[in-house]
Design a binder for this molecule. Structure first.
Ligand SMILES: Cc1cc2nc3c(=O)[nH]c(=O)nc-3n(C[C@H](O)[C@H](O)[C@H](O)COP(=O)(O)OP(=O)(O)OC[C@H]3O[C@@H](n4cnc5c(N)ncnc54)[C@H](O)[C@@H]3O)c2cc1C
Length: 457
């Protein structure tokens, strides 16, 4: 078979690996001039490693991407460590998640005992002033329950707001859980997100975080090279503008590139890995039921400012800072990348991300980059009172309209099938990743699932 894949992100590239392995011809069309999609990076002239445009790390539990790393011979460069995550509460930062050995650095073996992560959460919570002893016990029990249960199906029937208000208690919910939900989904949507989404975050995430030697871009460059070596063709800087089924049952993919202009090529099957909105635009022949499922899928955009500083911002070495919107920060998270990956790889520069998830109608999508930086930068003093704007050597702003799917109650019923009602046309996007929260690991799994369907169909 001749198969076209739209998108050289984690989903499209992984699907290509399996389709090529099964002996088919694969052509990938990619809008950008490099692979990686949302996880792609860029490199300033004096950096040895690339930096992801949007903060990225892997979890130790990301089995699918680790397995893919093995397959393409890149596993030895998937490196893990334990950066520190903190939450802001009444003017200070507190660690609530981490390895058990954070509390007893001389006993690293503690991290190997069963449920060590849960135990660490409980002990760290005891040191957190926002919770009474009773709230802390509830927090610990609730975390343990969420880790132990696998029954996300019952949790998707209820909103996270209702479930956590009931089980975490009023203080636990207000202080810990509600800020997370508001931060991620905003005031308008957070009460509608289902509890399976929160379950998945607690269940699948580990304090151990990973990256790739050279940055995520280096990983995707290797994956793309593997695909090409197996016979796959990747056409970069090529925008697909339409996918149409001919009377003969062939799939005609129309694409535009600076070299070749507008061209139409024929395929037996097509896999689209873009946003649902773009899928609907590319394939208007889809039946109304499927199109309306696509348009019902809700998502948020992401806006990120990266700043290169001449010194460390969080001198306590914190990597990830969760920020409640009520505390007046103009972004949801500040992530000091070089407290996770050494600044030696970035010419000694210290790199921070300030990021937020907002609807595409939010002013952050219309501001100029300078206006956005002017909105974000004054807050940096709250991470380090000595901060001075002269520390900043360069800034970058990245925006993405399809960044975070929003799962409502009973979301599993709303996900469009991977195999569309039009024979030979397949669709796999971040909105299909469920109940897990989107991530490159789950994109890899999705790529494998959709490839299996293509091979079967
Ligand atoms: C702010 C942010 C933080 C994240 N943090 C993490 C993290 O820490 N860890 C993690 O694992 N994951 C993280 N993710 C999620 C991760 O990036 C995604 O789940 C994953 O990259 C999705 O891969 P994909 O292939 O499904 O989609 P994409 O990466 O979006 O790939 C789709 C591809 O299609 C291409 N395309 C679009 N339109 C066209 C067209 N018309 N013609 C041709 N090509 C087209 C795009 O350029 C893109 O390359 C994060 C995402 C965001 C936005």
């Amino acid at each position: 078979m001749n198969i076209a894949i739209i998108g050289a992100g984690a989903t499209g590239l992984t699907a290509a690996v399996d389709l090529l392995k099964a002996g088919h011809h694969v052509a990938i069309f990619e809008l950008n001039n490099k692979p990686g999609g949302l996880a792609a990076g860029f490199k300033a002239p004096d950096w040895d490693w690339s930096l992801e445009k949007f903060y990225h790390h892997w979890f130790a539990s990301d089995a699918d991407v680790l397995k893919l790393g093995d397959e393409i011979g890149a596993r030895d460069r998937m490196v893990y460590n334990r950066p520190i995550t903190v939450v802001f509460y009444e003017g200070k930062f507190y660690q609530l998640d981490g390895a058990l050995s954070t509390l007893a650095p001389s006993a690293p073996w503690l991290d190997k005992i069963p449920l060590s992560g849960t135990l660490a959460r409980g002990l760290l919570a005891l040191k957190f002033p926002g919770l009474s002893l009773l709230d802390t016990i509830r927090y610990g029990l609730l975390g343990a329950y969420l880790i132990m249960t696998s029954n996300w199906q019952s949790l998707e029937k209820v909103t996270a707001h209702e479930w956590l208000s009931k089980w975490a208690g009023p203080t636990g919910y207000k202080v810990l859980w509600e800020p997370l939900l508001i931060g991620k989904f905003g005031e308008d949507l957070y009460r509608q997100v289902n509890m399976a989404w929160m379950w998945a975050r607690i269940k699948a995430r580990t304090p151990m975080l990973g990256t790739f030697v050279g940055g995520f871009q280096a990983f995707f460059d290797e994956l793309a090279a593997y695909v090409q070596k197996a016979g796959g063709q990747i056409r970069y800087s090529t925008r697909v503008t339409g996918v149409e089924r001919s009377d003969e049952g062939q799939w005609q993919v129309t694409h535009i590139s600076p070299d070749a202009g507008q061209t139409t090529s024929n395929y037996d099957k097509v896999l689209v890995t873009t946003s649902p909105r773009l899928m609907a635009k590319l394939a208007p022949q889809l039946p109304p039921d499927y199109l309306s499922k696509l348009s019902d899928l809700k998502s948020l955009g992401a806006v990120v400012m990266i700043a290169a500083l001449d010194r460390q911002l969080s001198t306590r070495g914190f990597y990830w800072h969760n920020l409640p919107k009520t505390a007046g920060f103009p972004f949801l998270a500040m992530c000091e990348h070089t407290n996770f990956v050494s600044s030696d790889h970035f010419g000694g520069q210290h790199l921070i991300y300030c990021g937020d998830y907002v609807p595409v109608t939010h002013p952050y999508f219309n501001m100029s980059d300078d206006e956005l930086c002017a909105t974000y930068l004054p807050s940096l003093k709250r991470f380090n009172p000595d901060f001075d704007p002269s520390w900043i050597k360069q800034t970058w702003v990245f925006r993405e309209s399809y960044a975070q799917p929003v799962p409502f109650v009973n979301h599993s019923r709303n996900i469009p099938s991977l195999s569309t009602p039009l024979p030979g046309l397949y669709f796999a996007s971040m909105s299909h990743v469920y109940p897990w929260d989107r991530g490159t690991n789950f994109a890899v799994r999705l790529g494998r699932d959709v490839a299996a369907q293509i091979l079967k169909g």
